[in-house]
Design a protein around this ligand. Structure first.
Ligand code: MN
Length: 216
C-alpha cells in the first residue's frame, strides 16, 4: 500500500509564494487522490504494492498492460508530488558554492539557468512538470514532461502517453529539481499568470534537497 506523506512544513508557511489554500488542496486532495487511485489500480498485485514508488514507476513494463496507464498517471503523481514537497522550503535561500559551480558549468550562470528553466516551464503546454536532471555525462539539463510523467520512467514503446521530449534528454534519469506546472498548483493565487508562479518558486526552493539529490 502506498501512503500520503505529510508535508514537511505547514500549509501557510510558503506564503506569499504559494498560498495556504493551494497547499491544502494540492496536498490533501490532489496528491491524496493519486495515492488512493494508485492503490486501487494495484489491488491484488501485492508484489507491486510493496515496491518503492520510484522503483515502480521506473519499471512500468513490469506492470500488467491493462492497468499500466493508471499506474503511470497515479504512480507518477504520487512520486512527483512526494519529491516536490521535499524540494520546497519556507526558508528558501541560495544554492551552496559547490552546487552553484555545477550550475555555472552547465548553464553559465544562475540567472541563465533560471531563465532557461522558466522558458521550459512556460513552454510546457497544458499540464506537466519541468525538471532539472543530471545527464549521462554529468552535466545538468532541463527537461519537461507531460501529465504526471517523470524523467525516471523508462522509455516505453509508443503509446498514448508517450513522452514528448527529445531522445537525448530521455536518457537523463537522475532528477534533482522539479516544478509542478499543472494549473492546480498555482491557479487560485496566480490565475493564468504562470510566469509569476515560476518566479516565486525561486524564493522557496530547498537547495539542501537539490544538493542531496545531486550527490545521491
Ligand atoms: Mn500537482
Amino acid at each position: 500500500m502506498f501512503t500520503l506523506p505529510e508535508l514537511p512544513f505547514s500549509y501557510n508557511s510558503l506564503e506569499p509564494s504559494i498560498d495556504e489554500t493551494t497547499m491544502k488542496v494540492h496536498h490533501d486532495k490532489h496528491h491524496a487522490t493519486y495515492v488512493t487511485n494508485l492503490n486501487q489500480a494495484l489491488e491484488g498485485h501485492e508484489d507491486l504494492l510493496n515496491m518503492e514508488i520510484g522503483e515502480l514507476i521506473s519499471n512500468l513494463s513490469q506492470v500488467p498492460v491493462e492497468i499500466r496507464t493508471k499506474v503511470r498517471n497515479n504512480g507518477g503523481g504520487h512520486y512527483n508530488h512526494s519529491l516536490f514537497w521535499t524540494l520546497l522550503s519556507p526558508k528558501g535561500g541560495e544554492p551552496s558554492p559547490s552546487l552553484l559551480e555545477k550550475i555555472n558549468q552547465s548553464f553559465e550562470s544562475l540567472s541563465s539557468f533560471k531563465e532557461q528553466f522558466k522558458k521550459a516551464a512556460l513552454g510546457r503546454f497544458g499540464s506537466g512538470w519541468t525538471w532539472v536532471i543530471v545527464n549521462p555525462d554529468g552535466t545538468l539539463g532541463i527537461v519537461d514532461t507531460p501529465n504526471q510523467d517523470s524523467p525516471v520512467m523508462e522509455d516505453l514503446p509508443a503509446g498514448p502517453l508517450r513522452r514528448s521530449y527529445s531522445k537525448a534528454s530521455r536518457q537523463g534519469k537522475q532528477v534533482i529539481l522539479g516544478l509542478d506546472v499543472w494549473e492546480h498548483s498555482y491557479y487560485l493565487k496566480y490565475q493564468n499568470r504562470r510566469a509569476e508562479y515560476i518566479d516565486a518558486f525561486w524564493n522557496i526552493v530547498n537547495w539542501d534537497t537539490v544538493e542531496k539529490l545531486l550527490k545521491s
